[in-house]
Write a protein that binds this ligand. Structure first.
Ligand SMILES: [Zn+2]
Length: 321
């Protein structure tokens, strides 16, 4: 009898064991400064990730940019002195607050950057570089995050290429035959978004876990089509491009739109898509972000493509509610 009840118990708990979900992937989104509306877009990124049930998401918000009071007009010497003291105090407090901004990156599996602002403190840079290089965390770069930290050499290596002047590194594009072409630093234009509107994403690697199963071509909603990305372009794998049409003021080249970077043992997933809330409310963007984030964290993709994934003819916006 005892054996029977033990057996029954086993039978009862077995399905629960089989159905147990893997531990959710721990994501940290970093924001707080951006020339884009991060207050609006971070909650969208968070929701897209959480809706898959594969992630838990926390947000680390940096101190805001320092804003200084306006210098008084017709100031006498005393006013001038007082103003200078006030500025010095504010700058000191800001510096101290910024140096204290050091989220505990090691607690997470993957960091998503929605940050484009002043340099982080040296310690945070060092944490980030070390943990990513050792493969302890993955990194996800979204849109203007690739504008940040032009003077941080390792960051440029992590992102592969980003929004830089024409001397900010090489440029990579695909020609009409789909062949990769590199333009050396200093030659050609600097980064821009010569075309803004809906555009077609062309998958260049259908075997990679992130892009596997995506239609060869799919129509992305209105977004900025980043062009002339620049950087060291080491260990970069281009998974998808978008044609920047010359007739629509574009570059006439196939610009990288989804790529990965190996940084030491760390995995980086990078998309220049996602200018604003509208650009993120696209099932194509969502499917790319969720799978890219899973891949950066684990090296695998188990998340299915959204059912409403766009195709070559039609965009597929995510309803606001
Ligand atoms: Zn933008």
């Amino acid at each position: 009898m005892r054996i029977l009840s033990a057996l029954l118990l086993l039978v009862a708990i077995q399905p629960a064991i089989l159905a147990a979900d893997p531990a959710p992937i721990k994501v940290l989104i970093i924001d707080g400064q951006n020339n884009h509306n991060w207050q609006q877009t971070t909650p969208i990124l968070k929701k897209i990730l959480e809706d898959t049930k594969h992630f838990t998401v926390e947000v680390a918000t940096s101190p805001p940019r320092l804003s200084l009071p306006v210098k008084p007009k017709n100031a006498d010497d005393a006013d001038e002195k007082k103003y200078k003291e006030t500025v010095a105090e504010l700058e000191k407090a800001h510096k101290a607050a910024f140096e204290k901004f050091r989220p505990e990156l090691a607690k997470y599996d993957v960091i998503v950057s929605n940050y484009n602002g002043e340099p982080w403190g040296k310690e945070l840079n060092a944490d980030f570089d070390k943990l990513l290089g050792e493969g302890k965390i993955g990194f996800v770069v979204v849109h203007a995050a690739n504008n940040a930290f032009g003077g941080w050499k390792e960051y440029n290596q992590m992102i592969g290429m980003g929004w830089r002047g024409n001397s900010g590194g090489d440029r990579l594009y695909l020609d009409a035959e789909g062949k990769e072409v590199k333009v050396p630093s200093g030659k050609g234009d600097g980064s821009g978004h010569r075309y803004v509107g809906p555009f077609t994403i062309t998958i260049r690697d259908s075997e990679h876990p992130i892009t596997k199963g995506m239609p060869k071509e799919w129509l992305h909603v209105r977004d900025e089509l980043y062009d002339n990305m620049r950087g060291p372009i080491e260990n970069v794998k281009v998974l998808a491009t978008a044609y920047s049409d010359k007739e629509k003021k574009g570059t006439g080249a196939h610009e990288p739109m989804i790529w990965t970077v190996s940084y030491g043992k760390g995995r980086v997933f990078h998309t220049p898509m996602g200018h604003d809330a509208n650009a993120m409310r696209c099932w194509g963007f969502a499917g790319t972000l969720t799978r890219g984030t899973e891949w950066a964290a684990t090296g695998k993709v188990t998340i299915a493509l959204p059912e409403a994934f766009p195709n070559a003819e039609k965009t597929s916006p995510i309803p606001e509610k």
